[in-house]
Design a protein around this ligand. Structure first.
Ligand code: C5P
Length: 233
């Protein structure tokens, strides 16, 4: 089956400390084909001015700060984020019902156009980590439960692992967005990693894929971009 990406379905994670580091890369990314993700690394170094700069180049920005704090702090921080004009931002669903509810009502009040998604379980945690943290259920069950809590309290979708996409879509409906980070494109000789591939993520019905180091740390970023562009129709 041929896998196709829609324009702007792939989000490039700019995990760098300064935009200067990726000046050349930025000049070759087509804003009509890709969106960009600014995370903690760039934001803690350059702050809102990085967002302003990228917006001035015409890019849609996903500000990935995974807010996780008491409801008041999260909602006040989100109010600030709403004024940055980003396309999407996120909170951590483990912050609980009240936090999620306050976060989504703040976004609805201040910038209803901004998409708010919730992180379920970080893909860097395995079942052993979850047991150590005191969780009794599997990562799939926890992710689904958090997605339900998020939906009930007004968020637009989740950041989830490739393994959780189908279950979350089946249970929450196709309108509930899924954002899948850490997917890999260049796996032609690397079949054992297919479960993390961009191809699987698209086939499982994800709405957005996030690709980071595979582009930003590539020897030939333009070549990787071209490969991804070849999937876009
Ligand atoms: O470099 P790589 O493609 O692995 O980039 C992964 C990106 O996705 C990073 O910016 C990381 O913060 C983000 N991520 C995430 N949630 C996860 C795993 C990775 O937001 N569960």
């Amino acid at each position: 089956m041929t896998v196709r990406l829609k324009p702007k379905q792939a989000i490039i994670a700019l995990d760098v400390s300064s935009l200067e580091e990726i000046k050349n890369l930025l000049s070759i990314i087509d804003k009509d084909l890709f969106r960009l993700k600014v995370g903690k690394q760039l934001f803690t170094s350059q702050g809102p001015k990085a967002i302003e700069k990228l917006r001035s180049l015409g890019f849609d920005i996903f500000l990935d700060l995974k807010l996780h704090d008491i409801p008041n702090t999260v909602s006040k921080s989100l109010a600030n984020i709403c004024n940055l004009g980003v396309w999407m931002s996120n909170i951590h669903l483990l912050g609980g019902r009240e936090m999620i509810e306050e976060a989504s009502s703040t976004v609805k009040k201040i910038n209803n156009d901004m998409i708010l998604v919730g992180v379920t379980i970080l893909t860097s945690l395995n079942e052993i980590n979850l047991i150590e943290l005191g969780f009794k259920a599997s990562s799939e069950e926890i992710a689904l439960n958090l997605a339900k809590l998020g939906k009930e309290n007004g968020i637009d979708g989740v950041v989830c692992s490739i393994d959780d996409i189908s279950g979350i879509k089946a249970s929450m409906g196709s309108d509930f967005l899924s954002v899948t980070p850490g997917v890999r494109m260049l796996q032609e000789n690397d079949d054992q990693k297919r479960s993390g591939s961009i191809y699987d993520a698209i086939q499982f019905g994800t709405d957005f894929v996030v690709i980071g180091r595979e582009i930003t740390q590539a020897e030939n970023p333009e070549g990787v971009l071209k490969k991804i562009e070849s999937l876009i129709v």
